[in-house]
Design a protein around this ligand. Structure first.
Ligand code: 13P
Ligand code: SF4
Length: 399
């Protein structure tokens, strides 16, 4: 999208933080001036009491006015979520980022979300992730090097650019979205995956789906693809650990990736709930294991989970298989209708990286912006942003 960058988006972001400086386009006058201004160091915010951090967020927010928009994913902690201008699941937040007019898009979510906001926003808009340590462990399970190797190995068996559509879950780095853009592929989210698979199969006979095997398997199953036609590609083994015959027979090749938060949910937790509350309902996120999704009454994205529970009849009891911050907030919001929302996990299943965005980091980010200093900018290099945008726009058009 023509945005400036000197290296990979991760390096660029790190660079900004380590030096406490903003590093903008060489072409931009405003940026050249801004480069000389040192950012306020995070050290001053690290020990900030929660209440003071809240007040400083509000004050900085008021100073910024419409220049900044705060987008929050549903997994954000309550003390950050309350400052959201807009909330949503990954698909909704992508659209909102692409439609925003704000100069600064402050993304309270994880790294890939801020990358998508950067790719889909205009060149002069700036995408910011308040804590650069907020990654996604599932996204890290597929790298460009490993996906390119898989593509090369597949070409020993078939012609991937003729026979395989690469589909990346939005929970992936920008370079993988770029790979999909360059190889006739597409991005999907948890709310549109079956529709995106239809798009993919309309073009080529097979799909390579990464990084989340569970979303890929569940979406394939919903489309009626037999389980034996979905195989697992283990990136650490030669030919993914598959035989040529297995690849020839497969319709979906699922990357061996998963979310460690959703992986914790088990069918036994659903069985216990149903035994205790036969009228209760179960809803899960499609990143949960297949057996959990199969045993649920409904499966959907974070946004779908929230709307389904909110639209259910008063007095309904729900067991919810997704991240704890969302479940706790939802339970609170619907309890006045006599609805009871229970968390599926036996242990605490929080997304520790989403949790990294705390009031201290948000206050630090916003105060810097209010002072005219940009910290933690996420800037995807143009050579990745352009093809990644193609794959994202294919998704937005198809969903
Ligand atoms: P949603 O798109 O459903 O919000 O999911 C994002 C995510 O990371 C779930 O773990
Ligand atoms: Fe990634 Fe799982 Fe966290 Fe979602 S819940 S951001 S998939 S680690």
């Amino acid at each position: 999208n023509g945005k400036p960058s000197e290296s990979s988006s991760r390096f660029m972001a790190q660079d900004c933080t380590d030096r406490g400086l903003i590093k903008f386009s060489r072409q931009s006058q405003a940026s050249r001036i801004a480069m000389q201004i040192a950012a306020i160091s995070f050290d001053k915010f690290n020990a900030l009491a929660d209440q003071e951090a809240q007040e400083r967020i509000r004050a900085a927010r008021a100073r910024l006015g419409k220049r900044a928009v705060i987008l929050c994913h549903h997994y954000q902690r309550a003390d950050v979520f309350r400052h959201a201008d807009l909330t949503g699941d990954s698909l909704k937040l992508s659209r909102l980022a692409s439609q925003s007019d704000a100069e600064f898009i402050v993304f309270c979510g994880v790294h890939f979300m801020a990358e998508v906001a950067d790719i889909l926003s205009r060149p002069e808009q700036v995408s910011i992730l308040p804590d650069l340590a907020a990654g996604c462990s599932m996204a890290d399970m597929a790298s460009l090097a490993k996906v390119e190797r898989a593509w090369r190995e597949l070409s020993a068996v078939l012609d991937p650019d003729e026979q395989v559509t690469p589909v990346t879950y939005i929970n992936s780095a920008a370079d993988l979205k770029a790979f999909c853009g360059e190889h006739g592929g597409i991005v999907c989210t948890s709310s549109n995956a079956p529709k995106i698979l239809e798009w993919a199969f309309a073009r080529r006979a097979k799909v390579l789906f990464f990084p989340d095997q569970h979303l890929g398997r569940w979406s394939g199953y919903k489309m009626g693809i037999p389980m034996e036609e979905m195989v697992i590609w283990n990136p650490d083994l030669e030919l993914g650990g598959l035989t040529q015959a297995q690849i020839a027979q497969a319709r979906i090749i699922l990357w061996h990736g998963y979310c460690s938060v959703h992986q914790m949910f088990q069918p036994a937790q659903i069985e216990r709930f149903r035994a205790q509350y036969p009228d209760g309902k179960v809803i899960s996120h499609p990143e949960a294991p297949f057996e959990v999704c199969k045993a649920s009454d409904a499966v959907g994205s974070t946004e779908k989970i929230i709307t389904t529970v909110k639209e259910s009849a008063a007095g309904t009891r729900w067991l919810v298989g997704t991240e704890l911050n969302l479940v706790d907030r939802l339970a609170d919001e619907v309890k006045h209708e006599g609805k009871i929302v229970q968390f599926m996990g036996g242990v605490i299943c929080m997304c520790s990286t989403m949790q990294r965005i705390d009031p201290q980091h948000l206050a630090w980010t916003l105060e810097n912006l209010a002072e005219g200093k940009v910290v933690n900018r996420i800037a995807v290099p143009p050579h990745e942003a352009a093809p990644a945008k193609i794959a994202l726009e294919r998704m937005l058009a198809a969903s």
